[in-house]
Design a protein around this ligand. Structure first.
Ligand code: ZN
Ligand code: ZN
Length: 384
């Protein structure tokens, strides 16, 4: 992929984050392993019981506290290798929380509050709260969310590459054999193909057939896919940490023309498709996130299925599959150029069937740049 993140970008992100920490009147951000750490330094690590923590004080140098065992790996992290972030290793018998405490300058003009990364383990947070007795704690997303939600050109290209790999995976699955296989077997193929088509790893693989298509987050199981039924495929993977997320609904005939989609399903899918198109068309800088949800929901309401559209219209996407901004009633945040998010209406008839269509879009200066290209029409396939 041409769009790997240039190392200079991490210094820019750290600088912008420190600025926000100061404006928010915080003393420091304490960032554990997770998407915030990846975004600030390029360190994609697995959260372990040993503490790894980036300390970002309002005043004073940034530092990365790492277990001694992880030093060689951490040394290769882009922001560390570039000299922007010094390492502070701790050995097995040391207390890493004390080390963190020592790296946060005393309370200054900036205030006393600390903010931790949103997914920091409770056990670490409790020990930090003990070490910084009396200090108010909050979550880092308040400071970092607005910065992270606007993607730069390199991030958009990674998301685009991931979206195209997901497009190809959907088309490959839809054109292959489906009838007579279990959902779990097709899900296994989805995981393999996501990687074959260019992802570094598969992230999720919903294969929901027949009545299971009415369940938004179905776990693929032993159900055998038959002819004359829909399948909702909602799948995604990661490239250099950046996620894809696509949903297409297909109908499997088993090669028997008499087993095509019934009129109810056709009209239901048509409504979803129309709502999804409206959602994409309304994207422009300055539109409130909830307005996008409302515009798409209105189409489904007027089609008589309002009560069957059970979830928000979409979610931001980047280093996390679900992140700011959320397209949901009540979110008056104005969409900005560079924000990337899903547009994914659905209609679910409990016990019968359902349909969803999902694309990832980036807000451009004049409207949506749609990253997914797989056709959105109901894909009627033989599946044999
Ligand atoms: Zn999805
Ligand atoms: Zn999604």
């Amino acid at each position: 992929v041409s769009g790997a993140i240039p190392v200079s970008r991490y210094s820019e992100r750290l600088k912008a984050t420190v600025e926000q920490v100061r404006q928010a009147g915080l003393r420091a951000l304490l960032i554990g392993v997770g998407p915030e750490l990846a975004w600030l330094t390029g360190y994609h690590a697995i959260a372990l019981e040993r503490l790894t923590m980036l300390v970002v004080p309002a005043e004073g140098p940034v530092a990365l506290v790492v277990p001694r065992l992880e030093v060689s790996r951490a040394s290769e992290v882009p922001a560390v290798a570039a000299g922007a972030v010094p390492l502070h290793p701790w050995t097995e018998t040391e207390d890493p929380v004390r080390l963190v405490r020592g790296l946060v300058p005393g309370q200054g003009a900036s205030g006393s509050g600390l903010a931790v990364s949103d997914t920091l383990r409770a056990s670490f947070l409790l020990r930090l709260q003990d070490a910084f007795r009396g200090a108010p704690f909050g979550v880092a997303s308040g400071v970092m969310g607005p910065l992270r939600s606007v993607k730069d050109a390199d991030e958009v290209e990674l998301l685009r590459a991931a979206a195209h790999a997901a497009d190809r995976t959907v088309l490959a699955i839809a054109s292959g054999r489906l009838v007579g296989r279990t959902e779990a077997d097709v899900a296994r193929e989805v995981r393999e193909r996501l990687v074959v088509e260019g992802h570094d790893e598969a992230a999720f693989w919903i294969v929901a057939s027949g009545p299971n298509s009415a369940s938004g987050h179905h776990e693929p199981g032993d159900r055998v896919i038959g002819s004359g039924e829909p399948i909702v495929l909602d799948i995604g993977g990661r490239i250099a940490g950046y996620c894809s997320d696509i949903t297409r609904t297909i109908w499997v005939t088993g090669g028997d023309d008499a087993k095509g989609p019934d009129t109810t399903f056709r009209s239901l899918h048509g409504l979803v498709q129309e709502a999804q198109a409206i959602g994409r068309e309304r994207v422009r800088p300055g539109v409130a996130a909830q307005e996008l949800d409302r515009a798409a929901r209105r189409v489904i309401d007027e089609g008589g299925h309002g009560e069957h559209f059970l979830h928000r219209l979409g979610h931001g996407i980047g280093l996390e599959v679900h992140e700011d901004p959320y397209l949901v009633e009540g979110n008056q945040e104005q969409i900005r150029v560079g924000q990337t998010f899903s547009v994914e209406p659905g209609i679910y008839l409990e016990g019968r069937y359902g349909a969803r269509i999902e694309d990832i879009v980036v807000c451009g200066p004049n409207g949506a740049d749609v990253l997914n290209h797989a056709p959105r029409d109901l894909m009627v396939v033989s599946g044999t």
